[in-house]
Design a protein around this ligand. Structure first.
Ligand SMILES: C[S@@+](CC[C@H](N)C(=O)[O-])C[C@H]1O[C@@H](n2cnc3c(N)ncnc32)[C@H](O)[C@@H]1O
Length: 199
């Protein structure tokens, strides 16, 4: 089954499935790292719109996702927010002009995009030279025990939900030509990290 079909199907239960991690970690990170953004913000893989309440009302937010059903939930969350627009688009081939966004954001998305380097190249293209790419993601740990466990469970998470838990995301960000400026470990040692980079 494709990423699109999986997320279309999961869209109805996504928020419920995510609830424990949302309460424990995600909501805190969304607030801490996104509530201070300004200008034009592009969010890739906006999903059901969990980040939308955190963006300042004076920012201009553009969200895209490849799943129509996930986007429908995001549209409900965005109701009454004139500064938010949402589009059905593939992260690997985005229909926006070069250098147009002050910030490009992903949260828990680079694990499910089929070609994450292609998507990161699009993020680099769309981010202004004085802008910033912000990725809050889970990735392959540098710890040998944790990374072995990630390798063991990857076929399961990939089969169930197209979630690749052992991706070398920092390497992928660099492969896309972005310059990493900050890496901050957030949880499970270094599995969940905040990565800031520049085009
Ligand atoms: C795990 S969800 C994360 C949703 C949201 N960012 C959050 O923090 O809750 C991953 C999202 O990425 C989207 N996605 C996967 N591949 C994509 C692609 N190639 N282009 C755009 N969105 C994609 C999925 O449809 C899904 O909504």
């Amino acid at each position: 089954m494709s990423v699109i079909s999986k997320y279309n199907r999961y869209s109805y239960v996504y928020d419920l499935m995510d609830y424990p991690t949302e309460v424990a970690w995600y909501s805190k990170w969304r607030k801490e790292f996104l509530s201070g953004l300004s200008g034009r913000v592009l969010e890739i893989g906006v999903g059901t719109g969990k980040n939308l309440p955190y963006y300042p009302t004076d920012s201009e937010v553009v969200g895209i996702d490849i799943s129509k059903k996930m986007l429908e939930h995001a549209k409900t969350r965005a109701e009454g927010r004139d500064n938010i627009s949402l589009f059905l688009m593939d992260a690997e081939n985005l229909g926006f002009k070069d250098n147009t966004f002050n910030y490009v954001v992903t949260t828990f998305v680079l694990c499910s995009i089929p070609d994450p380097v292609a998507a990161l190249k699009e993020m680099r293209r769309l981010c202004r030279s004085d802008g910033e790419v912000i990725n809050i993601e889970h990735m392959k740990s540098d710890n040998r025990l944790i990374s072995s466990l990630e390798d063991v469970f990857d076929p399961l998470t990939t089969g169930l939900a197209d979630i690749h838990i052992n991706r070398k995301t920092i390497e992928n960000i660099k492969k896309a030509g972005l310059t990493v400026t900050e890496v901050k470990n957030l949880a499970l040692k270094d599995v969940f990290r905040l990565v800031r980079s520049k085009p």
